[in-house]
Design a protein around this ligand. Structure first.
Ligand SMILES: [Ca+2]
Length: 305
């Protein structure tokens, strides 16, 4: 009698254990994660912890935030899932900004992912259309295309941010990656050679990629010592490589001296956007296959259902 009871208890436990150890449960690279898509199983190295391929047809989740920032009315700009241009699956994400002059809200369209790590790679694909051919360009015209960022404020309420971001220079017509520290007027400037702006220019012009998908990838290592770093690749070409820098603002004595605190969280969050000058031209991009990973992402990576 005792033996039978043991079997009744033990056998289901064994079945449960067998189920846990089934091949489906062990395949790390085909697991479904929070963005409702499946990571393509051909990639053996990319330890992805977040991805977006627009296949769910929704924007939030997995993005923590979508829309215009930080003030003003967003009336004409928008972010939406779309079927016009697709790199993988059946959908991509479309971001649109109207012709000038744009409102402050319309010029700041962004998507955010807050739950990142202290070091990670971000890779995404962007489709370029004819809006980037516009030739009537005023001076000092730029568009930010996204990157990692951390925003913090000092005790007097003045804000700061440090970031690694991709831009397009409409006047000189090139893509560039910028490691930067920004300080609101009235705030302290970070008194360190590590905390200065560095721009990595390229000869790549978005007009030359009309009708194509282009790949952006960057890396950040968040550090309070000089072990910090950031890198950036365009279509697999390493165009920025900066190491030996204190990236985390808590690593500077000024953090405590100015009574600083992070806004949102203490990680360098991922921020995708069309953020441009109010005078910049009407512009449209499509985004697909966005991947955040512990390791460098193969340029061929795809995200689909
Ligand atoms: Ca897709």
């Amino acid at each position: 009698m005792r033996l039978k009871i043991d079997r009744l208890v033990v056998l289901p436990l064994i079945l449960v254990l067998l189920n846990i150890e089934s091949p489906e449960g062990r395949l790390q690279h085909s697991e479904t994660i929070a963005s409702y898509a499946v990571i393509e199983p051909h990639d053996p190295v990319a330890d992805t912890f977040w991805e977006y391929g627009a296949e769910s047809g929704v924007l939030v989740p997995p993005w923590d935030w979508v829309g215009g920032r930080p003030s003003g009315t967003v009336s004409d700009s928008y972010v939406a899932t779309d079927t016009t241009h697709i790199r993988s699956g059946t959908k991509s994400m479309k971001i649109y900004q109207p012709p000038p002059t744009k409102s402050d809200g319309d010029r700041r369209i962004s998507n955010r992912v807050y739950n990142t790590k202290d070091q990670y790679y971000t890779s995404w694909w962007m489709y370029v259309d004819g809006s980037w051919d516009e030739s009537d360009i005023p001076d000092n015209c730029w568009t930010s295309l996204g990157g990692w960022i951390s925003i913090f404020e000092q005790s007097n309420g003045k804000s700061h941010w440090t970031a690694g971001r991709w831009y397009y220079n409409w006047n000189e017509r090139y893509i560039y990656y910028k490691y930067l520290w920004w300080h609101e007027s009235g705030g302290s400037t970070w008194p360190s050679a590590d905390a200065t702006i560095q721009t990595f220019t390229t000869s790549y012009d978005l007009r030359d990629f009309k009708g194509q998908w282009v790949n952006f990838q960057h890396y950040v290592k968040w550090s309070q010592t000089t072990s910090g770093a950031t890198k950036a690749w365009f279509n697999g070409d390493l165009i920025a490589n900066k190491s030996g820098i204190i990236t985390d603002p808590r690593g500077y004595s000024y953090w405590d001296q100015q009574g600083c605190n992070f806004i949102i969280n203490s990680l360098p969050w991922w921020n995708h956007n069309l953020y441009s000058t109010t005078t910049s031209p009407e512009q449209t991009i499509w985004i697909d296959d966005v991947v955040l990973s512990d390791k460098k992402v193969p340029e061929t990576q795809r995200v689909y259902t």
